[in-house]
Design a binder for this molecule. Structure first.
Ligand code: PRP
Length: 213
């Protein structure tokens, strides 16, 4: 019997390990941190979009006619504010016709529970495929809140793209939304007592936006 396909896909590639190491390094300054986030987001998106629907088109090259193929589904990028913003531009470069729907969620510092503060999803007309963009999947609370919001909107297929995930966060997402494909660059073993991923990379939002204080 064939084992069921794991809903968690880890991008196993030397470029990922290189940029991830730079990203984790505490000496990496915000301008470089943002660049490595962009590079990793592109690599994640390449993997996560391998099953997007296509439709055939006839085109003419300068030499002859030929059958080509273009994307046929409507795709929504759903960055989780703030840190997910750093992943939008590189994924939009790959999917220039994608819609971008921002969701505002932050973790309460005391409880580590997600607090919703922004969502403008229009009633009806959901996208065919939504890609949630967030560099960090820690407890999974924010991702699960985003997934619940997108399900309520009526999105048939949602994929979660996270650069670093804790195993606990992956487990929480799969328990609540087992149909969700989770694409990550690395899975870290632990959460510390403040629910930060260890070894992790610190606070992705603060490192992206230079707000460490
Ligand atoms: C971080 C991160 C995720 C969330 C992950 O955001 O970018 O959104 O925490 O944690 P969870 O899996 O336990 O929910 P944060 O709350 O620090 O907000 P920020 O991006 O505005 O800094």
């Amino acid at each position: 019997m064939t084992a069921p396909l794991s809903p968690v896909r880890i991008v196993d590639h030397p470029l990922v390990r290189h940029h991830l190491t730079e990203l984790r390094n505490e000496e990496t300054v915000p301008v470089a941190f943002r660049r490595h986030v962009r590079q990793l987001a592109s690599l994640l998106a390449y993997e996560a979009t391998q099953d997007l629907a296509e439709r055939p088109v006839e085109i003419n090259t300068p030499l002859t006619g030929m059958a080509g193929s273009v994307l046929s589904s409507t795709v929504g990028l759903v960055p989780i504010l703030r840190a997910g913003l750093g992943m939008v531009e590189p994924v939009l470069d790959l999917l220039p016709d994608a819609q971008v729907w921002h969701l505002g969620l932050y973790r309460d510092e005391e409880t580590a529970r997600p607090v919703r503060y922004y969502s403008k999803l229009p009633p009806g007309q959901p996208v065919d495929v939504a890609l949630i963009l967030d560099p960090m999947l820690a407890t999974g609370g924010s991702a699960n809140a985003a997934l619940a919001t997108l399900k309520a909107w009526g999105v048939p297929q949602v994929k979660l793209l996270a650069i670093i995930a804790a195993q606990a966060g992956i487990d929480a997402v799969i328990a609540a939304h087992p149909e969700t494909a989770v694409h990550v660059c690395a899975v870290d073993a632990e959460l510390n007592d403040r629910k930060f991923i260890v070894p992790g990379l610190g606070d992705a939002g603060d490192r992206t936006f230079n707000t460490l204080g």
